[in-house]
Design a protein around this ligand. Structure first.
Ligand SMILES: Nc1ncnc2c1ncn2[C@@H]1O[C@H](COP(=O)(O)OP(=O)(O)OP(=O)(O)O)[C@@H](O)[C@H]1O
Ligand SMILES: CC(=O)N[C@H]1[C@@H]2OC[C@@H](O2)[C@@H](O)[C@@H]1O[C@H](C)C(=O)O
Length: 374
């Protein structure tokens, strides 16, 4: 039997803006054929329920617990993922019988690595029943049991992508995902991985703009473009223990809070937070084994020109260049979903998902729970 599988990846990230879905044909190792991708946005009502889910999840002490209405939200989240899969298959002229496996991330509602607790809601067995496709879910849990941070998991996929980058990029090359939270991956010449979360990505900007009833995010960086960086406010974020400690930790949405309303103007706040997003990545890059020369940016942050220009200016001071993943032939909006497809195939094959250099896990470990179709 061939090790190459056709897999769908499903990601509902920390921004809680919707579901990304991508098709990848892969052996979970060097063979990666990227297929089509699509996104399904949550409506404001469902986003509000997910935000309520974060509060409910605060009471969880064991990862299987579902207090309050969490079980109901989990079910509805799963059914929305099933709709996303059905719509995607239909649009691509594919049948469920043509898909070997779905890699299902679910929605992180609680992430406390210091307590060994990470909770992604999403019912893999229900998704397998609804789609008629085998599902692998819960890919973070085994890593935490083995002493890892439970995140980031995307680095092993970055390593596969690194093998096929255009030859004219100056190395070392670092992949940076600017989602709700940012994370980065350094791939050594020997394939050795060094990766970690690297600060709040867009989540503070989103919360700040939303608190002013100016939408769910700063579209095109338009608000930030009219403001100025407030140094004291920026310093407050950048002096957080996450940056000053020598230990690399993975982040939860709740680890940073937006400024108090009225503390600074809307535009100055948005500009300062865009600056913090870029400066945070550079601070964390100091922990890498070598100074990066090229940063490849994926995730929604690449669509905020102010985040990109603040980051490019700071990176430029250290002699590095910042490029959007799309400029090097990669889909910056689908990369996490692609990664979850890739990880599902690795899980089926028992290959490691995480490594000491990525999550701090004691030794490379596989992960994921297999939920067969009925
Ligand atoms: N056109 C745009 N202009 C400015 N910002 C944008 C734009 N489009 C997306 N974003 C930002 O990107 C965010 C979504 O990014 P993304 O989908 O990568 O996050 P995620 O996958 O949910 O997060 P994570 O990687 O932390 O799990 C939005 O919340 C917004 O802040
Ligand atoms: C616990 C959790 O869901 N973490 C996410 C989050 O969003 C970005 C960053 O923080 C990263 O560590 C991780 O997701 C990516 C996809 C990962 O695991 O690679």
């Amino acid at each position: 039997m061939t090790a190459v599988k056709t897999a769908i990846g499903l990601m509902s990230g920390t921004s809680m803006d919707g579901i990304d879905i991508a098709l990848v044909t892969t052996d979970g190792e060097a063979v990666v054929r990227r297929g089509p991708s699509h996104g399904l946005s949550y409506d404001s009502g469902f986003r509000a329920r997910l935000k309520a889910a974060l509060v409910m999840a605060g009471a969880i002490r064991h990862r299987a617990e579902r207090p309050d209405a969490l079980a109901r939200i989990e079910r509805d989240l799963t059914l929305l993922h099933a709709v996303a899969v059905h719509d995607f298959l239909h649009a691509q002229g594919l049948k469920s019988s043509g898909i070997d496996v779905i890699g299902f991330h679910g929605q992180t509602v609680l992430h406390r690595p210091d307590d060994g607790l990470t909770v992604q809601i999403g019912d893999g067995a229900l998704l397998a029943a609804e789609t008629g496709i085998d599902v692998v879910d819960d890919m973070r849990a085994a890593d935490m049991v083995a002493g890892g941070q439970g995140a980031p998991l995307i680095p092993v996929y970055h390593r596969a992508l690194a093998a096929n980058l255009p030859g004219d990029l100056d190395g070392p090359v670092v992949f940076v995902n600017i989602g709700g939270i940012s994370n980065l991956t350094f791939v050594g010449d020997d394939g050795q991985l060094s990766a970690f979360d690297c600060g709040p990505g867009n989540m503070l900007i989103d919360q700040w703009v939303e608190a002013h009833e100016c939408g769910a995010f700063d579209a095109g960086g338009a608000i930030a473009a009219g403001g100025a960086v407030v140094p004291d406010l920026a310093a407050r974020y950048l002096n957080h223990a996450f940056f000053t400690d020598n230990i690399r930790r993975s982040l939860d949405r709740g680890d940073f809070a937006p400024p108090a309303k009225g503390e600074v103007s809307l535009a100055d706040g948005a500009r300062t937070l865009a600056y913090v997003t870029g400066a945070a990545i550079l601070r964390c890059a100091n922990h890498l084994p070598a100074r990066p020369k090229t940063y490849i940016i994926s995730g929604g942050g690449r669509l905020n020109p102010v985040v990109m220009s603040e980051f490019s200016a700071l990176a430029g001071q250290s002699g590095a260049r910042v490029v959007s993943s799309d400029a090097v032939g990669l889909d910056g909006g689908a990369m996490e979903a692609e990664a979850w497809a890739y990880l599902a195939v690795r899980s089926l094959r028992g290959l490691p998902l995480t490594f000491p250099g990525t999550t701090g896990v004691r030794e490379p470990v596989s992960g994921g729970i297999f939920r067969p179709k009925p």
